[in-house]
Design a protein around this ligand. Structure first.
Ligand SMILES: Nc1ncnc2c1ncn2[C@@H]1O[C@H](COP(=O)(O)OP(=O)(O)OP(=O)(O)O)[C@@H](O)[C@H]1O
Ligand SMILES: [Mg+2]
Length: 373
């Protein structure tokens, strides 16, 4: 029998769990500065000091969530004086849901789900922290999902000023925000008390991606499954999006494609075919985080492909009733996320006109927008 053909119960994956997105890698290369920044701010909590609040930001798939979880794990392993709670704001997207999540983690029981106010749950939580003499560190991951209806401002305000009303509580907040463009401005009441240590996660460059992929490949696959050429192809794909999440998904799908062909080696075609899916996964996930108005604007551009800014504004205004300032903010945000390109031409009737063009094939955007409703 040809030894390069897989038997039905054989696999090329040495440790398949290493290619799951929630896996926390042991080796976390090229993020030493960021890990130190987060560590220096939070670790004082283990010595009875109030932790320093952090603002962790950067483009998607650059290791923000993972870095914070690594520091949380370190704190958990070395101290029993601190509660660390990770809140995924995509799941817990209101002030009440956030406080309930924290309550559940700290008190190890579910808060009553109805007939109880936010303040009541919050008060019980504070009393528990005081009684235990423990600090609390909360990470609000993907906080943009709380920006609607002032939830982010309200929960931040409650957490940051808790010590004024409940003397003795020590709370630190780690805000994680996946944005390349303009950051959200908290309202005045929050920003006067939220003066965080800012930790930025830039995109990885080609060489950094190469190192990270090399380590993953070594741990995830058996020897000789991934050739140098295949690895480089994978790194090129990741480099084009900047999102390591795509890369990890790509490794997994390429491996599965090879197994489907009953091969012991991944070939370039396995990677190319996998990328078709991984690429969309990335776009769909990011589009999911846009607000309704942002999605409306994007849909309008999709229908037109290239459009004058003025025309687009009037269509947008008809649908949403929003004014020009908001329209302009959304265009700028969508451009900074690379969904759109805006450029000036010399053509328009009134001199220079701004054109807005889609950077992705319309069909991709449509597929993802349909999934995200
Ligand atoms: N330096 C690194 N070494 C090894 N793996 C990494 C590194 N940085 C990121 N990863 C991996 O890349 C994937 C994405 O990382 P993570 O989820 O932390 O990104 P993120 O910045 O939080 O992204 P998003 O903004 O989309 O939430 C994870 O599977 C993570 O394990
Ligand atoms: Mg994240």
């Amino acid at each position: 029998m040809n030894k390069d053909i897989l038997l039905w119960d054989e696999t090329i994956f040495r440790n398949p769990e290493i290619l799951e997105l929630d896996h926390i890698p042991e080796k976390f290369e090229h993020r030493e500065t960021q890990l130190k920044g987060i560590g220096y701010s939070l670790i004082p909590a283990t010595r009875n000091m109030r932790p320093v609040n952090c603002l962790v930001s950067g483009p998607p798939g650059t290791g923000k969530t993972t870095a914070v979880l690594k520091i949380f794990n370190e704190i958990y392993e070395n101290s029993n004086k601190v509660h660390t709670v990770k809140v995924n704001c995509q799941i817990d997207s209101t002030r009440f849901a956030v406080v309930s999540r924290i309550y559940k983690e700290v008190l190890k029981l579910k808060p009553p789900s109805s007939g109880i106010s936010f303040l009541r749950v919050f008060e019980n939580l504070m009393e528990k922290l005081i009684e235990e003499e423990k600090a609390l560190i909360v990470s609000l991951d993907d906080i943009n999902y709380l920006f609607h209806d002032g939830h982010a401002d309200k929960i931040m305000y409650s957490l940051l000023r808790a010590h004024e009303q409940y003397p003795g509580v020590k709370i630190g907040v780690v805000v994680i925000i996946s944005e390349t463009g303009k950051l959200y401005n908290f309202d005045q009441k929050v920003s006067s008390v939220f003066l965080p240590e800012e930790i930025y996660f830039p995109r990885y460059n080609y060489d950094e991606l190469y190192d990270i992929v090399t380590t993953r490949v070594e741990h995830a696959f058996f020897e000789n499954v991934v050739s140098e050429d295949v690895k480089k192809r994978i790194v090129e794909y990741i480099d084009s999006t900047g999102d390591l999440r795509v890369g990890i998904d790509l490794l997994k799908r390429a491996g599965l494609n090879a197994e489907r062909r009953a091969d012991r080696k991944i070939i370039i075609e396995d990677v190319d075919n996998a990328y078709e899916k991984s690429r969309l996964l990335h776009l769909c996930r990011n589009l999911r985080s846009l607000t309704k108005d942002e999605k409306s604007l994007l849909s309008l551009v999709v229908n037109q492909n290239t459009v004058h800014a003025g025309e687009l504004y009037s269509l947008f205004h008809d649908i949403t009733g929003l004014g020009y300032t908001r329209f302009y903010e959304i265009v700028t945000k969508l451009e900074s996320f690379h969904y759109l390109t805006t450029n000036f031409t010399g053509k328009g009737r009134r001199g220079r006109t701004r054109h807005i063009k889609l950077n992705y094939p319309s069909s991709d955007i449509i597929k993802c927008l349909e999934q995200s409703v």
